[in-house]
Design a protein around this ligand. Structure first.
Ligand code: FAD
Length: 494
């Protein structure tokens, strides 16, 4: 390794030179054609080609790569499967992209302990597949679970349809092996619950790659339920479906999932996968109940009655696994399906208190009509997590801008109702500009002090999450003179 370069930041070429001889050549990508494959994540509206891609096949490669970046103060961005929807894994033009997707070993599935220990590049669904024969599964189930990585789930604190009952990723991560931005290998948390001291696992989960790179993840496994019952209910409109959701929760039942799709989302799903949802429905509710058979039977009777009371005109129950998969197919294909009814769309992600859903949905319909921009709605109704799909045609002048305006207005609406600018997709590059709407300058400074504690040089995923980077007041003594970002007026020491 080269020695640190004082205050002068080095370049990705310096990092490359350090890594040559330590990592196989095939793990170091500099060819512009190959680099182009990594220029965006799932939010393809933003594209930046990295200076260097490092394929990290082992935790040792991650450590070496981060240490080289730290030595030269070169920014790095971790990337799992690249399915993120907020530009979190968007590369830095002068930086290094550390790809963890080849770290794919499932080290341990322990039924007795209800734990799994996996590499960060392991695909979410693989954990459940490995645990199923033992009678267990990994509960957080993003719709992207066939392709997204556990490392990405940890960094985004990802959710999914079944997180209403079982909690988000944060509720299932017990310990993390991490390479800190200074290149140190540390273990946060323990396999056993309730480690004393600060909850550093809690700080790391959801930190969007800004506190280091996870190289090992210990997660909780959940027992497979004895019975699962999936209900599809057709309503005239989202008001009725929303009222049914509130009534179900108010009755004391916590279903595994409650999802709502509105008429436009149903139209798109029908066009894409012919899911056969109730004809003429202005909204459908998918309710899944799971648990001991007797409990599910009892809850089912109550849900059926509530749905009918709130105006449901058709209610179906999946009779077997294939039927259940068919009901979920429409819901899970909804994002991609809108491509059938619109050339372009923005997937928005906001959250409101569940009780505010009717007002928010009504106002969203008004905004959509005022601006002449169609909005399809698919959402995790149980926890008020909205995923409005704002439809537009980028080839028509002005439509992109109008769609962005509507998309921003929807976030403002979420905040007005006591919600948040993101429910599960993260802030990333896309929503950093909205953070000051939700937090005061003092709040943002305080949050960034946590970042500085992990990353005094600000090299881990810079430019993400916070609108204005702040630098740490206390920096190691090797630095002299102003930080380059400070000198350029882009950041301030505090
Ligand atoms: C069709 C579709 C459906 C989706 N549905 C859902 C959904 O239901 N719920 C949901 O929450 N999300 C959903 N997403 C978003 C996305 O799949 C999740 O955010 C997922 O967790 C990202 O995982 P990834 O491996 O692709 O991460 P990436 O996109 O590669 O990275 C995401 C973030 O994690 C960081 N990161 C990645 N690996 C590491 C690591 N090892 N250590 C530290 N930081 C790391 C990156 O720097 C970046 O900030 C969906 C995406 C798509 C395309």
């Amino acid at each position: 390794m080269s020695q640190p370069q004082g205050d002068t930041a080095g370049t990705a070429a310096d990092v490359l030179e350090d890594l040559r001889g330590h990592l196989p050549e095939e793990c170091l990508i500099t060819d512009p054609t190959r680099l182009a494959a990594y220029d965006c994540d799932g939010l393809a509206a933003y594209r930046v080609q990295p200076a260097l891609v490092v394929l990290t096949d082992t935790p040792e490669y991650v450590r070496r790569a981060v240490q080289a970046c730290a030595a030269h103060r070169v920014p790095f961005v971790a990337r799992g499967s690249g399915t993120g929807l907020s530009g979190g894994a968007l590369p830095h033009a002068d930086g290094v992209l550390l790809v963890t997707s080849r770290l794919r070993t499932l080290h341990e599935i322990s039924a007795a302990d209800q734990r799994a220990v996996v590499d960060p590049g392991v695909i979410n669904l693989q954990v459940s597949k490995a645990a199923n024969p033992e009678g267990y599964y990994f509960a957080p189930d993003p719709s992207s679970q066939q392709i997204c990585s556990i490392g990405g789930n940890v960094a985004e604190n990802s959710g999914g349809a079944h997180c209403l009952k079982y909690g988000f990723t944060a509720n299932h991560v017990l310990a993390l092996d991490v390479v800190t931005p200074e290149g140190e290998e540390v273990t946060l948390g323990t396999r056993a619950p309730d480690a004393p001291g600060y909850d550093l696992v809690g700080a790391f989960v959801g930190s969007e790659g800004t506190l280091g790179v996870a190289t090992g993840v210990t997660v909780r496994l959940v027992r497979l339920p004895q019975e699962v019952r999936t209900i599809l209910a057709g309503f005239e409109d989202t008001d009725q479906a929303g009222a049914a959701t509130s009534a179900i929760i108010a009755s004391g039942i916590v279903p595994a999932a409650i999802e709502i799709m509105d008429a436009l989302a149903i139209e798109a799903a029908e066009a894409a996968v012919s899911c056969g949802y109730p004809e003429g429905a202005g909204a459908v509710l998918v309710v899944e109940l799971d648990g001991p058979a007797q409990e599910v039977a009892h809850e089912f009777d109550a849900v059926e009655q509530i749905c009918h009371t709130e105006g449901c005109f058709e209610l179906r129950v999946a009779t077997d696994a294939a039927d259940r998969a068919a009901i979920w197919k429409g819901r899970k294909s909804a994002f991609a399906a809108v491509g059938r009814i619109s050339p372009d769309y923005i997937v928005q992600d906001g959250v409101v208190p569940r009780t505010a859903l009717p007002q928010v949905l009504r106002r969203m319909t008004e905004i959509s009509a005022e601006k002449g921009v169609r909005v399809a709605n698919v959402f995790h109704a149980g926890d008020g997590n909205l995923h409005p799909l704002v439809l537009f045609d980028g080839s028509v002048e002005g439509e992109t801008e109008r769609a962005e305006e509507v998309s921003g207005a929807i976030l403002d609406l979420c905040l007005e109702h006591g919600g948040s600018i993101t429910g599960e997709h993260g802030v990333g590059a896309d929503k950093a500009k909205h953070m000051p709407k939700m937090f005061t300058a003092d709040d943002l400074d305080t949050q960034q002090m946590v970042r500085c504690a992990f990353d005094p040089d600000g090299i881990a995923n810079p430019g993400k999450v916070y609108p204005t980077p702040r630098l740490c007041g206390e920096r190691p003594g090797r630095h002299t003179g102003p930080h380059p970002l400070q000198a350029q007026g882009l950041a301030e020491i505090f």
